[in-house]
Design a protein around this ligand. Structure first.
Ligand SMILES: Cc1ncc(COP(=O)(O)O)c(C=O)c1O
Length: 505
């Protein structure tokens, strides 16, 4: 029996043995009654562990293809059932017209499209608001997982509580109290991140035809939920202080929206933060006008400098502020772990919606994060990333000052992950992107963050994923391309150099 294994293959060795022996039986090169080599002999011949062959034989026994008799050996005893399905090339199957089956798309695809443009290893990535994976403390986190598995592995791998892992709920409650939010564990729901929190809140609060207020621009994941198919929404501009509160108050009075969504700290994409007075005013407006509001505080912990500000939830006398946060930006987005703070009666409804959706969030992930936090490792990780990101933000601001200050303007955030850049009017950021990608730099064109009237000359630059020197190089390359476009616009005679220069900034 000649059997060759491919050690480079992703198929485990035991499975390769199973497949090869199956093939031999199917093709007739092994017949019923033929004897197979003893485990030990086959293992030696193939240079694999004996348990690899034992596992493969056990699979074949379970499929009824071979039988083992103690003392006599292992024999072929059955033939795999023939696959009677004709091969694809023998069948005539008309192509499925998926377009007619899928519901019409509008903005629902926004978030998906963001992920199609993946950076390759060489490109300078200024496009994604994500933590830098090289800063993940892998060994420490692995030890946290080991510890919880050893301590309570059986219950962690069993189906768990839908509202969340109790020690993590208690821990979050204690952390929230540090920022002035007094909350009981029954007022918290653990979710698979802020994106799921937004989806759950929309499901339980926004009925057909009801309007949601969104900032313009805002996080595309929120746009895909609140401004998608069948949704009704109202865009409110943001100014240097964040949400334009005068405009919002008018809308709240006149339109009675069902829900407001805001990111008051280190807003995505602008990096802007609402000041204390505005936070107070917004909390007061929400309470007076009785409109529920989502406060998305996902970047709140990523402050590098300046006085920290309490979340609006800390000023919420009415309970109408639904606070959401997650471990995605301060920690590890791949864990998919976030939480909602809301009155108990709302949490109950959110919990029902969560159960319908996915029963609960991974208890193992929750326990590992709890353990990681309990040991003080999360706090240490946060200190480390804040320092690293502050250096990167400085590098980006310095490079922008050096290369673009005469033709563009931008925000100067005290934390978060992104800077919002206004380019000369003639430069269309979406058209610039493929050219920039070719030059090895990625960014996100600003138009995809708008709920209405998208501006074409805006771009979001994220400073977390590239090292400071790479950021400098990336901005330099971008600046060259931007200048080329401006020059091209001038030479087309669109405007005189002097006139345009004034209009640009
Ligand atoms: C403002 C904002 N909210 C929510 C999310 C999604 O977060 P999560 O990974 O917790 O679902 C993001 C991600 O970029 C974001 O920028």
């Amino acid at each position: 029996m000649i059997l060759e294994l491919n050690r480079e293959s992703l198929v485990p060795l035991y499975a390769q043995i199973v497949l090869k022996i199956r093939e031999m039986i199917t093709s007739g090169s092994l017949k019923i009654g033929d004897r197979l080599p003893a485990n030990r002999d086959l293992a030696r011949r193939l240079g694999v562990n004996r348990t690899t062959v034992t596992t493969a034989y056990a699979d074949l026994v379970a499929d009824g293809l071979i039988t083992s008799h103690v003392g006599r050996g292992t024999f072929v005893s059955g033939v795999p059932p023939r696959d009677r399905t004709p091969r694809p090339e023998q069948r005539h199957v008309p192509a499925v017209q998926w377009d007619t089956l899928l519901v019409p798309e509008t903005r629902d695809r926004w978030l998906g499209s963001m992920w199609r443009f993946q950076p390759n290893k060489e490109s300078i990535s200024l496009g994604h608001a994500l933590p830098q994976a090289e800063l993940f403390p892998l060994d420490e986190f692995r030890r946290s997982i080991d510890r919880v598995l050893r301590r309570e592995g059986r219950s962690l791998l069993q189906l768990g509580a839908s509202n969340g892992y109790e020690p993590l709920l208690d821990y979050i409650a204690s952390q929230m109290s540090l920022v002035g939010v007094q909350v009981k564990p029954g007022e918290i729901l653990i979710t698979n991140g802020c994106q799921q929190s937004l989806d759950l809140i929309r499901r339980v609060l926004v009925g057909p035809g009801e309007e949601v207020v969104v900032e313009n621009p805002t996080y595309p994941g929120a746009l895909s939920l609140f401004c998608g198919r069948d949704a009704k929404y109202i865009s409110v501009p943001i100014d240097a202080q964040g949400l334009d509160l005068d405009a919002l108050e008018d809308i709240m009075v006149q339109r009675r929206p069902k829900l407001i969504y805001t990111v008051p700290s280190f807003h995505n994409p602008t990096g802007l933060t609402m000041n204390l007075a505005s936070r107070r005013r917004l909390a007061e407006m929400v309470a007076r006008l009785r409109v529920p509001m989502i406060e998305d505080d996902i970047y709140g912990e990523l402050r590098f400098e300046g006085a920290s500000l309490p979340p609006i939830k800390a000023m919420d006398s009415s309970g109408l502020v639904l606070y959401i946060n997650s471990f995605s930006k301060m920690g590890f987005p791949g864990l998919r772990l976030g939480w909602i703070v809301a009155p108990g009666v709302v949490i109950e409804r959110l919990n029902d919606a969560k159960v319908r959706c996915d029963l609960h969030t991974s208890t193992l992930a929750q326990a590992a994060v709890y353990e990681f936090s309990r040991q003080g490792l999360f706090a240490r990780h946060l200190r480390r990333v804040r320092k690293a990101y502050a250096a990167r933000r400085d590098a980006m601001l310095q490079a922008l000052d050096e290369h673009l200050s005469d033709i563009a303007t931008w925000t100067r955030p005290e934390g978060g992950m992104s800077i919002w850049v206004r380019l000369p009017e003639q430069v269309n950021a979406a058209e610039l992107l493929p050219q920039a990608a070719e030059a090895g730099v990625l960014f996100t064109p600003g138009d995809r963050f708008y709920s209405s009237l998208p501006k074409q000359n805006m771009m979001r630059l994220c400073f977390t994923m590239a090292a400071p020197d790479r950021i400098g190089e990336g901005i330099k390359r971008l600046a060259e391309l931007i200048r080329q476009r401006v020059e091209a616009a001038f030479s087309r005679g669109a405007a005189s150099r002097a006139e345009a220069g004034r209009a640009l900034v």
